[in-house]
Design a protein around this ligand. Structure first.
Ligand code: FE2
Length: 380
């Protein structure tokens, strides 16, 4: 495996924004029909609606549904006005992830540190207030039209997400088996060919993230298609692999994404579970479709992982789950089909049993599976 790790980037001057990050706040999707997307995530993925904002709560130009499960929080937002930037974003990119928001201990300090180190500000620090207190926000740009909002919740008691949200008369929970997702494991971005290094530098030098691991195109390639990937993280909870397409005999799956999304953006969100057999069983019962694995995968995997104890092979094979290991343990993972109309955003479900990798050993098997779907769409 041609993976390399590099030492952390030395910080210059004041502490970098990474030092201020406490964890994920929420992931905001901008979609064409927020009501339908929220309903799909409730029924298929077992989320619970915990908040709503729209005309009834004083927002005339958009609607947002807050969906939660474990520590995962999504905000699903749609435009009510054709001139809205949300409508513009959907026309260009289709439904997608617009904001990766982090809770920080000091919004102004985090924003100013980012700008001082070369980030582009999208919105200078601002506050919103209601009877629950004051919320602090600031937003900076990252790859494509994706953004990071710094959120300060220290002086806000909730229970709503933010002023202008209600927790009354929400969408009901559809019936279905418990899914059991517990948190966000990692969030993956795709960037255009030749720009991986620029974005790794952005997370390293501007935000103060460390480089966890790099996979070159020899590590991640099939007969047809290749990519390079670097994983950056804040040293704690925020883990963000970034992919760039590489040359192969046919079009890289990353290139297909870039063309479909019309630029860089979030490719997949990895959602963690403590019991992937129960979680995937529940998701399948709720109608979620997953990428299929080549028939030959399990014979090969049982050999490759022959000395790994405790893999529930029969369940794994029955549910089409992938298995990988590193020197610290093993992990079980599976990938959904794209959840939107365009072949862009999808979810990964992952259970870590000690392993800290990202399923490198599965890349080839996974990509061959993705390529079969890509070929069916006429894009390989
Ligand atoms: Fe992943």
């Amino acid at each position: 495996m041609t993976a390399t790790t590099t030492p952390e980037t030395p910080a210059a001057g004041d502490p970098a924004p990474a030092a201020r990050i406490l964890g994920w706040d929420c992931i905001e999707f901008w979609v064409g029909n927020a009501r339908a997307t929220a309903g799909f995530l409730l029924s298929a993925f077992g989320f619970t609606c915990t908040g709503y904002s729209g005309p009834e709560t004083g927002h005339r130009d958009k609607v947002s549904y807050v969906l939660e499960q474990g520590e995962i929080r999504f905000v699903i937002t749609g435009a009510l006005d054709p001139d809205s930037p949300i409508a513009e974003h959907v026309r260009e990119h289709g439904d997608g992830v617009h904001d990766l928001a982090w809770i920080v201990d000091d919004v102004e300090v985090a924003h100013d540190a980012a700008i001082g180190r070369g980030a582009r500000s999208i919105r200078a620090p601002w506050t919103e207030e209601d009877e629950s207190g004051t919320l602090h926000f600031a937003t900076i740009a990252t790859y494509g039209e994706t953004q990071h909002t710094f959120v300060g919740r220290g002086r806000y008691a909730g229970p709503s997400l933010a002023p202008g949200y209600t927790d009354e008369d929400l969408l009901p929970d559809p019936l279905g088996p418990e899914v059991g997702l517990v948190g966000l494991d990692h969030v993956v971005g795709n960037v255009s060919k030749g720009s991986l290094e620029q974005w790794v530098d952005f997370y390293g030098q501007v935000l103060g993230f460390d480089q966890l691991v790099h996979f070159d195109d020899e590590a991640i390639s099939t007969e047809y298609s290749a990519l390079m990937s670097t994983v950056v993280w804040d040293g704690s909870k925020i883990v963000m692999p970034i992919n760039e397409p590489a040359d192969g005999k046919k079009k890289s799956q990353i290139q297909e994404y870039i063309e479909a999304y019309r630029g860089a953006g979030v490719q997949h969100l990895a959602l963690a579970t403590d019991d992937i057999v129960a979680t995937v069983s529940a998701l399948r019962a709720r109608g979620v479709r997953f990428m299929t694995v080549p028939d030959t995968y399990y014979a090969e995997a049982r050999q490759r992982l022959a000395n790994v104890d405790g893999v529930p092979w029969d369940d794994v094979e029955r549910l089409n789950i992938l298995v990988d290991h590193d020197h610290e343990g093993h992990l079980l993972q599976i990938f959904t089909e794209p959840i939107m109309d365009r072949p862009t955003v999808f979810f990964e479900i992952i259970e870590r049993r000690g392993a800290r990798g990202f399923g490198e050993g599965n890349f080839k098997a996974l990509f061959e599976a993705i390529e079969r779907d890509q070929a069916r769409r006429g894009n390989l």
